[in-house]
Design a protein around this ligand. Structure first.
Ligand code: G1P
Length: 246
């Protein structure tokens, strides 16, 4: 009998976390406390809940041993963890992703480690696996889109026209969350990316390459979501997870 191939998961946990200074001068952002756990536990739990247990964590050289000391091979959380290092500091999210090349099979899911959410990922994963989709992003309507990648939609044709990274005057309120689905073409597309003005290979530029080839689909997150990358957001995340035991 043919069995579904179970997708692998990648969690990006590098980056400088400058908006969480001074904590991040000595600690990796994704290890800061959120509710009763270090932040990184939550994306791991979301993947595990959706049946994804083969997970790669990409972090920076400086923090690798801390992650390993905390999580080991993933036994405590019931997952199978591997690690890789993003060697370029400040290389950008798309640059970090290239270190997943030899870990993943054809289709896989990527979570930014500071994106915290309540949605069950299973239906999105199932859709992505079963449909002819090269890549997919999950959107969330927000009040402060200028903080994020913002998607301009053609809702009639259910397609994304473009994504702008942190636009001053956003043309929509649809934030592109840090939950991405890609096929293996992504690694060639990353190689072709040029660094942005701030010198980073941007995940938004990568997603726009998929838009150009008509390969990017979208769906909406339905429940609570937050990017815990600022002091205020970290506080909100703590409030949320203390009020809701998992
Ligand atoms: C990153 C991405 C942005 C995305 C956001 C989601 O921004 O660049 O497109 O909307 O994550 O959390 P950052 O939080 O790194 O500024």
């Amino acid at each position: 009998m043919e069995r579904d191939v179970i997708m692998k998961g990648v969690i990006l946990a590098a980056g400088k976390g400058t908006r969480l200074d001074p904590f991040t001068r000595i600690l990796n952002k994704h290890l800061l406390p959120v509710g009763p756990y270090p932040m990184i536990y939550w994306p791991i739990k979301r993947l595990k809940h959706a049946g994804i247990t083969d997970i790669l964590i990409i972090t920076n050289q400086q923090h690798l041993s801390t992650f390993k000391g905390l999580l080991g091979k993933g036994e405590e959380l019931g997952v199978n963890l591997s690690y890789n290092i993003q060697y370029e500091t400040g290389g950008g999210i798309a640059d970090a992703l290239k270190y997943a090349k030899y870990f993943v099979d054809d289709k896989f899911i990527v979570l930014l480690g500071d994106n915290l959410f309540d949605d069950d990922l299973s239906p999105f994963i199932k859709d992505f696996q079963n449909e002819k989709q090269e890549a997919k992003v999950l959107l969330k309507e927000v009040l402060d889109p200028e903080r994020y990648g913002v998607a301009l939609l053609d809702e009639i044709n259910h397609s994304i026209i473009s994504i702008l990274e942190k636009p001053k005057n956003p043309e929509s309120s649809y934030c592109v969350t840090g939950i991405y689905f890609y096929d293996k073409k992504v690694f060639d597309l990353i190689d072709s990316l040029k660094p942005s003005i701030r010198g980073e290979k941007e995940i938004t530029d990568l997603n726009n390459l998929y838009i150009n080839r008509k390969g990017l689909k979208y769906d909406f997150l339905r429940s609570w979501w937050l990017d815990a990358g600022t002091h205020e957001a970290l506080f909100q995340a703590n409030k949320h997870f203390f009020e809701r035991e998992d």
